[in-house]
Design a protein around this ligand. Structure first.
Ligand code: NAD
Length: 338
């Protein structure tokens, strides 16, 4: 907190549609008089000794402010630098990725009343980045699961379950096949559960969860799901699909000291620069951030205005929600609804 009562938050606008949706957030925050001063930083990757590294001013800013809001960052496929998303998560040890997914009243999808929470292990598993060529035509990619990282994310899931009044943790895994790696994750959950007698613990195989979640997401209403990295990545996009797409779902990357809040979607190169992007996911991520900072009143005010705008009809919705509004028009309607 600054002496004048405001808070400084690091802002990573990101690539593609990032600057357009970040502008919407800044305009809406100014109109809502949120006591936040944005500190924009550049995270264009640096290659130092063959390793992808964050520019030092960005690292210093995040360490100083402890909280950041981040737009999407583009990652080249199959070549070039390591994902900057991975680099950020590793640099600040953001071990848990929290992804709530809630139906938006007034925006109809094949599913009603979806209300799921998924917590993804964020630092290892299939995304450890340990890959090598054994001989040409044969590559090996190592899935790393450690007890400390599993314990951290599972404990976070139990604490989260308690704090949101959903006292039921579900571990999603594939220990039937990956007996050692996913087995360690499962066994760690059994151990951690002993510390939380008021929270129940269940296990489910990933393929079964995929089937049940798409057949009837209501079954997962009062549950907090926790799972290894790759499964969480896929299942969270699947959950977004249930409520109308990636333009709607927020997320928080939580560490011991630093937290970075970001939209689940990518840089949307197909619509970048056209003023068509939906800023809702970044706005709802920023509301998670405000609650994390105990600025709940501002979060409620902005979230309420966003949901009211989406429900008000296709003329006020962006194209991804079958509407005709530009990013700027949507933002101006949110401001009018504050
Ligand atoms: P994407 O999420 O960028 O786009 C998928 C589809 O969803 C596109 O049709 C896009 O137009 C649409 N979409 C996404 N966000 C939207 C929004 N806010 N409003 C309206 N429509 C939206 O996924 P992709 O095309 O697979 O990836 C593009 C780039 O983004 C890649 O370089 C990828 O690595 C990167 N990416 C970054 C993150 C992140 O920073 N967290 C996450 C996923 C992908």
């Amino acid at each position: 907190k600054n002496p004048n009562g405001t808070y400084t938050v690091t802002l990573i606008e990101g690539d593609g549609i990032g600057p357009e949706i970040a502008d919407a957030v800044k305009d809406i925050y100014a109109a809502a008089e949120v006591p936040i001063e944005w500190e924009p930083v550049d995270v264009t990757p640096l290659l130092i000794d063959g390793k992808t590294t964050l520019p030092q001013p960005a690292v210093d800013s995040v360490n100083r402010n402890k909280v950041a809001l981040k737009g999407p960052l583009a990652t080249p496929v199959g070549k070039g630098h390591t994902s900057m998303n991975l680099t950020l998560r590793r640099t600040f040890n953001l071990f848990a990725n929290v992804r709530p997914c809630k139906s938006i009243v007034g925006y109809e999808t094949p599913y009603e009343n979806v209300d799921t929470v998924l917590i993804r292990e964020n630092t290892e598993g299939e995304y450890s980045g340990i890959e090598h060529t054994i001989v040409p035509g044969v590559v090996q990619s190592i899935k790393l699961i450690t007890k400390p990282a599993s314990e951290k994310v599972i404990r976070y899931a139990f604490e989260y379950a308690k704090s949101v009044g959903k006292p039921h943790v579900l571990v999603v895994h594939k220990a039937s096949i990956m007996k050692l790696s996913d087995g360690l994750f499962v066994n760690t959950a059994k151990e951690v559960a002993k510390e939380y007698p008021d929270v129940s613990l269940d296990f489910e195989l990933l393929d079964n969860t995929s089937l049940k979640l798409t057949a009837d997401p209501n079954q997962y209403k009062n549950i907090v799901m926790v799972m290894p990295n790759l499964y969480g990545d896929i299942m969270s996009d699947l959950s977004s699909g249930l409520i109308g797409g990636l333009g709607l779902t927020p997320s928080g990357n939580m560490g011991n000291v630093v937290s970075i809040f970001e939209a689940v979607h990518g840089s949307a190169p197909d619509i970048a620069g056209k003023g068509l992007a939906n800023p809702t996911a970044l706005l709802l991520s920023s509301c998670m951030m405000l609650r994390h900072m105990s600025l709940n009143n501002y979060a409620d005010k902005i979230e309420g205005a966003v949901l009211k705008t989406i429900a008000s009809g296709p003329e006020n919705r962006t194209g991804d929600l079958k509407g005709t509004a530009s990013t700027k028009h949507f933002a101006s309607q949110v401001i009018a609804n504050l």
